[in-house]
Ligand binder design. Structure first.
Ligand code: SF4
Length: 473
């Protein structure tokens, strides 16, 4: 496989055509993603709507702008995400009902998007299409969310960031996890796998449980598993039916923090590889050449948007990327993060990986030392999904007219002259034509003085004389 093109614009913005929304649409066109959409195509726009209380997920305006562009091209867009596996005892996107409520709270609804928001894998997460993967590196089948598999075209709109399990949360993860049904996620997580699954590879320490009497919240140890695999028996001992573990990841946080369970690093390494195979399954379901990728490398938080919080970004905004190759676009983003310096005060600085050239995601995002930020990328290269060799093409801004307010393109006089005559916003008849009641002149310079300068370097709040406004009445 040869080099793939990745189109890129930096994150600087000082005008309407350099707005990040405009830049996203500019790289969309530069990468010829518009060519993927035929009139009447049903177009899925796959986003991550963010967990309850996450704050780093992409603002809904980006999905809205893509949906508007799809409509301009004659397509029928819908924006979608999928249910989680459940990930935690208190997940907020574990069913269709949950995800619709969380998406609305985070700003994703038909009112904001101009098209429906859909839970792509059904009410519980079992609406899917099984895909054979003879070419998979690890997976030999995958389960793609039904609404994504049914789409004519897919635009994968990704918030590029870190991920505790995947190390990077890019385009490959958006499809290899986010494009899978709940059943598909359990497959990718290695649920039931005889070597890499949690049931096979985790270390169980039943002795770490000190009895119900010494564990005031002991009920959560049973309640965290939706498959009912943890029990405290009549002898006041904890038991785990590990053979049936599906790797839903509902329990590791709770059990791990109490020393009851050690999650094995190999489980995460295997899942990182499986993500690329599952992403390949999405390409097979939708059709080769019918998927476009946009990576918004902004607010590059160390953990995924499926976390119920978002930490300080680990690098400054890296820019806006578009491609038809998910492997190349993720590689370009990882390289950009590696070239960048780390963000002061972020996890990269805490891990002393804030220098240009440091592997930021391995240091600041991975759960285990030894996980690789290129494992999923390398697997996507190996299974034929895409190429990690790419050409990064910097795109120039488009003409500003293209990105002006589209609902009324007339300049102000044409839009407001008659309305301002009817309902004047400025009272010309008052105060000799000056309109409003204000002082004629004040000491503006006095308000610019810093405390430190006015008090010889001391923040002395009592000594405010130097800051008093001039009496000019
Ligand atoms: S035991 Fe397995 S199935 Fe049950 S919560 Fe833990 S990871 Fe999920």
């Amino acid at each position: 496989m040869g080099k793939s093109n990745v189109y890129w614009m930096d994150a600087h913005s000082e005008s309407t055509e350099t707005s990040l929304v405009s830049k996203m649409l500019t790289v969309f066109d530069a990468a010829e993603l518009d060519d993927l959409i035929e009139p009447n195509d049903i177009v899925a726009i796959k986003i991550h709507c963010g967990e309850w209380n996450n704050t780093a997920y992409l603002r809904p305006v980006y999905a809205r702008a893509v949906a508007d562009r799809v409509k301009e091209l004659g397509g029928r867009p819908f924006v979608c995400d999928t249910t989680t596996s459940t990930y935690s005892a208190w997940g907020s996107r574990s069913s269709e009902l949950d995800i619709m409520l969380t998406a609305e709270r985070n700003g994703f609804s038909s009112a904001t998007l101009g098209c429906p928001f859909i839970c792509a894998d059904g009410f519980i997460g079992t609406s899917d299409v099984r895909i054979d993967l003879p070419e998979g590196y690890l997976l030999k089948e995958a389960y793609v969310a039904q609404a994504i598999a049914a789409a004519d075209t897919l635009i994968t709109l990704t918030h590029f960031k870190g991920h505790g399990m995947g190390v990077i949360g890019g385009a490959l993860k958006n499809l290899g996890i986010g494009g899978q049904s709940k059943r598909g996620k359990l497959n990718v997580h290695m649920g039931g796998h005889p070597t890499y699954g949690l049931g096979a590879a985790a270390t169980f320490h039943p002795e770490a449980f000190k009895g119900k009497a010494n564990t005031p919240d002991w009920e959560i140890l049973e309640d965290c598993c939706p498959f009912d695999l943890w029990h405290i028996n009549d002898n006041d001992e904890i038991e785990w039916d590990r053979e049936k573990c599906t790797n839903c990841l509902g329990c590791p946080g709770i059990m791990g923090s109490r020393g009851i369970l050690d999650v094995p690093a190999v489980n995460f390494d295997a899942a990182d590889v499986a993500i690329a195979d599952a992403a390949l399954a999405v390409e097979k379901a939708v059709g080769r050449g019918k998927i476009g990728y946009i990576n918004m490398a902004l607010d590059v938080s160390p953990k995924c948007d499926c976390a119920n919080h978002a930490d300080i970004p680990i690098v400054p905004h890296l820019g806006v990327f578009a491609s038809k190759d998910p492997v190349a676009i993720d590689m370009a983003c990882v390289d950009a993060a590696r070239r960048s310096v780390g963000m002061p005060g972020s996890a990269t600085e805490m891990m002393e990986a804030h220098h240009s050239g440091d592997r930021k995601f391995e240091a600041a995002a991975a759960t285990f030392h030894g996980q690789s930020e290129v494992a999923t990328i390398n697997t996507g290269h190996a299974n034929g999904l895409g190429s990690r060799d790419y050409e990064l093409i910097e795109v120039s801004p488009a003409a500003p007219e293209k990105y002006r307010f589209p609902y009324d393109r007339r300049p102000s006089r044409q839009r407001f002259k008659e309305r301002f005559i009817q309902s004047p916003p400025f009272p010309y008849e008052r105060h000799d034509g000056h309109g409003f009641d204000r002082k004629g002149e004040v000491d503006l310079e006095a308000m610019k003085v810093h405390y430190e300068d006015a008090t010889n370097g001391h923040r002395v709040t009592e000594d405010v004389e130097a800051l008093a406004p001039a009496d000019d009445d």
